[in-house]
Design a protein around this ligand. Sequence first.
Ligand SMILES: *Cc1c(COP(=O)(O)O)cnc(C)c1O
Length: 344
Amino acid sequence: MNILDLVRPTIKTLKPYSSARDEFQGNSDDMVFLDANENPFENGVNRYPDPQQRTVKSLLSEIKGIREKNILLGNGSDEVLDLIFRAFCEPNQDNIITLPPTYGMYSVLANINAIAIKRVQLDDNFQPRVNAILEAQDENSKLLFLCSPNNPTGNSFEAKAIESLIRTFQGIVVIDEAYIDFANEESWISRLEEFPNLIVTQTLSKAYGMAGIRLGICYASEAIIAILNRIKPPYNVNELTQQKAIAQLRQNELTQQQVDVILKERKALVDQLEGISYVSKIYPSDANFVLARVDDATKRYNQLIQKGIVIRNRTTQPGCENCLRFTVGTKEENEKLIKIMTQI
Ligand SMILES: *Cc1c(COP(=O)(O)O)cnc(C)c1O
């Protein structure tokens, strides 16, 4: 498969904007920068940020064991996903395949970009139906979104199913690994060399505890990263975000410790939910949330709101009738949730 054949013609021939900081990267302190019309008085953010976020990438490269050339960063995963749409999907012509129930952003971005959506519902165990997906694809199917661990169901997809989809799908397979740091499964980033049509996205919003800074990560072949680099806004990751990400990634043991606590709390939460009379099913979770079926999701959701606890009602999602999604909080928060759920 030649990846360039999948790229939109306008993008293939696009000449990217060259910013001042792209043209000259100096790192010595005695250089004089009069190239970007910045205010010269230092306040920590008076200069444009590094458009290639080199320091953040070098830390991620070390932590994840992947070369910097295979990384692109964005203003949250949402921007990364949008760049993927704009690189590969021709408006009013191409389509994508999503597997509901899943993350809502794929269809929102498809709608914004005037891209049709083919939906192939997950099976009763929330696993992809490989044959049905392959039957759904046509010559205009450019992207297949696999969210694993999946939101809102919490489970990881079987590696065998994912691999056969990557091997047989005729477009780009995007694996959204927003929750991978909570999972037992391996990340697919170690398989990028093998599969030229694979893109893996991750984020600092969940396990890394930095939803507020908006930093999304895209891992792919050098060829795909080069294409996405052409269309990304030059300064898409701001200076404050880069500084905060660098500080957090430098103390990565802290993230690992927090993940361990969240996993322990997830187990405690599941044990406690099992004792609630109106909880009929708790789905296995590889993420920092738990999906559970109750007698009447909307009633229970409203009762919890009344008591000051906000969870997510997923009852309108296909296959999720009467299901609620609980994010794993601190020990105290989870205990408060269970206490109130017992009372109501
Ligand atoms: C939370 C989440 C993200 C993260 O999005 P950001 O824009 O990076 O905060 C991505 N994908 C899924 C499935 C999510 O649940």
